[in-house]
Structures are given as C-alpha cells and as structure tokens.
Design a protein around this ligand. Structure first.
Ligand SMILES: Nc1nc2c(ncn2[C@@H]2O[C@H](COP(=O)(O)OP(=O)(O)OP(=O)(O)O)[C@@H](O)[C@H]2O)c(=O)[nH]1
Ligand SMILES: Nc1nc2c(ncn2[C@@H]2O[C@H](COP(=O)(O)OP(=O)(O)OP(=O)(O)O)[C@@H](O)[C@H]2O)c(=O)[nH]1
Ligand SMILES: [Mg+2]
Ligand SMILES: [Mg+2]
Lengths: 277, 293
C-alpha cells in the first residue's frame, strides 16, 4: 500500500479503502483523507512512508484510553453497571473483569441483573463459580432493579471491594427497555449514593456504524463512563470507536480478545492503531 | 436521506429529458456515501455503483419522476434485484428427520433463532421439530436451548457439556428417528471463521448430519467484516441460506447486501425481536428501502 515514490490519487484511494474496511465510517475517513490531501498540497507531507505513521498519530490523537478508574477514598464497594445491546459480550466481560479484581485479592460480588433471557442467570452463576465471586440473583422474570439493589446492599454488608451488575441485552431503540435501564441505575443509587461509579458500555468489534448510535443512546439514557470493545480476536478491527471517541469523548477501558477468563486487556491506543490498517 | 440528497444534486438541472454523465456522477457519489454509511462493504459498493451507472447512462427521465427520483428508482430496483435474486423458502424436503444446522459468529443469535425456527416450522408448516444443543463450550448454552425448547413446546436432546458435539448429533439423529420427528435443528457454538479447530469441528458436524440447510446466522448490525465471515463460512461448509438477526433495531443492514454479493445465497429469514415468535420471512423490498435510509 505505501510502496510508492510519491503520494498520488491512487495511494489516497487505497488508504480510503483500508480505513473504510476497518469500519472507521465514511465521514471520519473523508475528513482524515482530506486533511492528508491538504498537507500533501502544502508539501507538508511528501513521502508515502510517512503517510502511515502520520495517519496513525492522527487517529491516536482522537482515541481516548483510560487507566483504571480509581475508587475515591472510602468508597466501598466500587459499583460497575454493564450495559449494551444483545449478544455483544457483557456477561462474559463481567466474568473477565471480576477475575482481574479477584487476582488482586479483591472481594467481588456479581449481580444477575438479566432476569429476562433464558439461562442468563445460570450463565453468570457459572462465571461466579469460576472466579470465586458471589452471585446475587432472584427468579427469572423478577425486577432487575431489585436484583441490583440487593447486590449493592450485599456488597455493603459483606464489605466487598467491587459489585458488578449484569443487565439484559437490549436494543438502544427500544424506549421501554431503556427506561428500565434508567430505573436500574436510579435504584443502584438508592442503595449506595454515588453508585454506579462506572457505567461500562460493551461494544462488539464486528458492529458497523450502528455502534455510534448505540453509544449515543446509551450515553443519553444512563451516562456511559467507559467502553469495552469485544471480539477483537476476529478479523473485525473495531474502527467505529474512532468516531465514538471523537464525538462523545468516552474512554475505551478494555478490549476482549477471546472467550476465556484471561482474554481481557486494558485498551492500548498505539496497539489498536497499529492493528487498524 | 438519500432522496433529499439526490434532489439537492439535481436541483440545478432543469427540464432535462435525459440523465447526462455529470448528473450521474454527482448522484452516484451520494449513493456511494449512503451505502457505505449503511455498512455495505467497500468493494460491494464499488460494483453496485458501476451497475447503477450502466443502467442510468442515457436513461430517460420518466415522465412522472424528477431526475432524482429516476436515479433513486434505478438504485432501488437494482438493490431489490440483488437482494431478491435468490429468494427461496426454507428447504426441509427429504427423508425425515431433515437436518438444519445453524452456524455463525459468537452472539449472533443462533440459539434464539433455533427456538424461533422450531416454532415457525410447528405453527406455519405443521412440522414436528427436534432441537439439538451442540454448544458444549459456552456456560449454560445447553440450558439456554432447553429452556427455549420448553418455551415453544418442542423436544430437545439432553446434551451434556462433557460430550463431543459430533457424538451429540449422532445420538440426537437416532433419537429423532426413533421419536418420529421430521426436522432436526442443530444449534452450534458461536465461533470465529479464523478458528481452525472450530471450523474443522463444523466440517465434521456437516459430514455427520448431511444438513439440508446450513444457515449462516448473521447480525444485522455487522459492519465491513460481514464479507470476511460469510466467505469463510461458505468456503468451509457451504451455506445454503442466511438468517439476519436483530433487524428490529436501527442498523441500516448493509451487511445483508454484502453477504448476498459474496455468497450468492438467499436470506431466508429475519429475526425481529427477542421473543420466540419474532421471526419473519425475508422481504427484499423492505431491506432495500432500509439500506438506502
Ligand atoms: N471470540 C470472542 N468471543 C467473545 C468475546 N466476548 C464474548 N464472546 C462470546 O460472545 C458470546 C456472547 O457473549 P455474552 O457474554 O453472552 O454476551 P451478552 O452481551 O451478555 O449477551 P446477552 O446477555 O444475550 O445480551 C459468547 O459466545 C461469548 O463467549 C471476545 O472477546 N471474543
Ligand atoms: N432484539 C433482538 N435480539 C435478538 C434477536 N435474536 C437474538 N437476539 C438476542 O441476541 C442475544 C444473543 O442471542 P443468542 O441466541 O444467545 O446468540 P448465539 O448466536 O446463540 O450466541 P453464542 O452461542 O454465544 O454464539 C440474546 O440476548 C438474544 O435474545 C433478534 O432478532 N432481535
Ligand atoms: Mg448477558
Ligand atoms: Mg448460542
């Protein structure tokens, strides 16, 4: 792609294709390519070899990574509420995050807040078992807010370090389901003022431009603090997070790279842009 | 919307009887942007735009339509043609029990779709299906399908996670024959198309089951990667059809066009909700309008 003597139209076309197929979205790509075209016409960018590095730096500027959000002094338990559309990897990511905290010797409680989907509670219980975390659960069909409330109460009573609340997958366009999510958030705050301390939105790296709409609407509904991008072990590159970071400035906290308990990494912006194109 | 953008493009043209080259060029640029925003694959868009250009070249502006509407009509018709070219119903012909195998990436909706399909066959085709949980990896996957089975009043094979999926299918086929079921719906584990071992497992499952249908279950919000996934699954086991899931959201669904373009296989069914009755037959017209936005 960048083996030419000078930056010509063909080079820019190849660049455009590389970025669009990485799911950056045509609007973001056009803006980036226009900036390049500007620099080329002003002779600020001449060598094709410099092109790749320049672009990566430009994209890297936009990405927001965040080191672990630290619980302020005296805040116990640290409550994380996990949200996102159906099938993106919320429950699995909760297992992985819980495992991390467990490795640090922390006491973790999981809330089986998906009271709707078949075997969702059983799925989280298996994770709880695997990582040594207590799972607070009610019956299938019960009120998810009540489960979240009980879990935070249990967290306080048992002096847990972290409580992670699983929620049912839901499409961001379903008004009543988004209202339910707001209620879960409110009720968590009733159990512990200031909680949830972190609302983590899980996005699937195979998702296209719809991820931007997901991020916007979940952010509007419950306020998203951090993002986890899953399934980066496939061939999708998750370029949608560039537009999301650009527009909403939400930091990417974790990436999921597999189905096992260890398959979670803190987000590394440089590694991400290196794999992008 | 695309029609507004195209009206803008053609606003400067007046009283033209034919679509000239410059008009088409400007219009096609808008079409291209709309399709890319809709997640249609970069290369599929390029081919599609070329096909539209050929159709539009020298096209008469129809009496009742504006130039913008004429282009939209050509684009829409071409989309419908591509989406509908291979439309075909679910194929469950053959000596019972007829096997149907569901495959796809993690989280795309296979287990839920297995239940929906069983209900669909029961209600709309008067069939007697048997569900087979062949996912021994995901925590509580077998429980999930068994719960779904009981929700739709369909029998399911009592798989256990310590069993081998090929052995499960072998035993399940036997149970289905004994029980007189006419259709066997196999739910497989989600897997990456680049996972050699699991793609090999899929080949072995196909070999044993000899499925009448191998349906790729694909998420309507999939982006550019749809082309890689569809191609890989098709090359590995051969897809006979596609189920597009989560179409009840606001994803434009360009993945549908990309998958069609690269596999030439029909989209047979569409998942339109989390409930087990939320399964529809695919409508090319509706999908085309949705992709155009
Ligand atoms: N390859 C891969 N698979 C993943 C990753 N994260 C999750 N998965 C898989 O994706 C599928 C869905 O994961 P879940 O954790 O059930 O997703 P969810 O968001 O909780 O789903 P719902 O609760 O139904 O909305 C499972 O098969 C997981 O093993 C990842 O990083 N890589
Ligand atoms: N809104 C909506 N949700 C759906 C649809 N189909 C499936 N889902 C949801 O998507 C999530 C994933 O569905 P599953 O059936 O567990 O997906 P899967 O492909 O079996 O997942 P793995 O076995 O982990 O690969 C669940 O929350 C389902 O309820 C659909 O058509 N619309
Ligand atoms: Mg879940
Ligand atoms: Mg499944």
């Amino acid at each position: 792609l960048f083996g030419k003597k000078e930056i010509d139209a063909e080079t820019l076309d190849e660049l455009e294709e590389a970025l669009v197929t990485a799911d950056l979205g045509v609007t973001t790509v056009m803006r980036l390519v226009d900036e390049i075209r500007e620099k080329v016409s002003r002779k600020e960018l001449v060598r094709p070899e410099a092109l790749r590095e320049h672009l990566k730096a430009a994209i890297r500027e936009i990405l927001v990574a965040e080191e672990a959000r630290q619980a302020p002094e005296g805040v116990r338990p640290w409550v994380i509420m996990v949200v996102g559309v159906n099938g993106v990897g919320k429950t699995t990511t909760i297992g992985k995050i819980g495992a991390r905290f467990r490795r640090e010797g922390k006491r973790v409680i999981l809330a089986a807040g998906d009271t709707f989907r078949a075997a969702a509670i059983e799925q989280l219980e298996i994770w709880g078992d695997r990582i040594g975390a207590q799972v607070v659960r009610h019956q299938q069909g019960s009120d998810p807010a009540a489960v979240a409330f009980d879990a935070v109460e249990a967290g306080k009573a048992r002096d847990a370090d972290v409580v992670i609340v699983d929620t049912a997958g839901r499409l961001h366009t379903k008004r009543n389901l988004m209202e339910e999510l707001k209620k879960v958030r409110r009720v968590i705050g009733k159990a512990l003022p200031g909680a949830p301390h972190e609302v983590l939105l899980v996005l699937d790296a195979t998702t296209g431009q719809n991820a931007v709409s997901q991020a916007r609407l979940f952010h509007e509904a419950v306020g998203v603090d951090t993002i986890a991008l899953t399934k980066l072990d496939g061939t999708a590159r998750g370029g949608v997070i560039v537009a999301i970071c650009d527009e909403l400035k939400i930091p990417i906290r974790y990436i999921g790279i597999g189905e096992g308990v260890e398959d979670l990494r803190p987000f590394d912006a440089q590694a991400f842009v290196d794999a992008l194109f | 919307s695309l029609s507004e953008k195209l009206s803008g493009v053609f606003r400067s043209l007046r009283g033209k009887g034919r679509l000239g080259e410059k008009d088409i060029q400007a219009a096609l640029r808008e079409v291209r942007l709309a399709l890319l925003e809709a997640d249609v694959h970069y290369r599929v868009v390029r081919r599609f735009v070329e096909a539209v250009r050929e159709r539009a070249q020298g096209q008469e502006v129809m009496r009742s339509l504006t130039p913008a509407q004429t282009v939209i009509k050509i684009v829409h018709d071409e989309l419908v043609r591509m989406m509908g070219e291979h439309v075909a119903p679910l194929d469950v012909a053959g000596k019972p029990p007829v096997p149907v195998m569901l495959v796809g990436l993690q989280g795309s909706g296979k287990t839920t779709t297995a239940g929906k399909l069983a209900l669909h066959l029961k209600r709309r085709a008067g069939r007697d299906p048997y569900l087979v949980p062949a996912d021994v990896y995901r925590p509580a996957a077998i429980d999930q399908l068994q719960k779904v089975a009981s929700d739709v009043g369909v029998a399911a094979y009592p798989s256990r996670p310590d069993q081998d999926p090929v052995e499960i299918c072998r035993a399940a086929l036997e149970e289905a024959r004994k029980g007189g079921y006419d259709t066997v719906i196999v739910d497989t584990a989600g897997r990456l198309h680049v996972d050699e071992e699991l793609m090999d497992e899929l080949r072995r499952l196909k070999e044993l089951l000899e499925p009448r249908e191998i349906l790729l279950v694909a998420d309507a919000m999939t982006g550019q990667d749809a082309v890689n996934v569809a191609k890989a699954f098709d090359e590995a086991v051969g897809i006979t059809g596609v189920v597009l899931t989560k179409a009840d959201g606001d994803a434009r669904g360009g993945a549908a066009l990309s998958i069609q373009a690269v596999t030439q296989r029909p989209i047979k069914l569409v998942g339109v909700g989390e409930k087990l009755d939320a399964l529809e037959v695919f409508h090319p017209e509706r999908m085309a309008s949705r992709i155009l936005g």
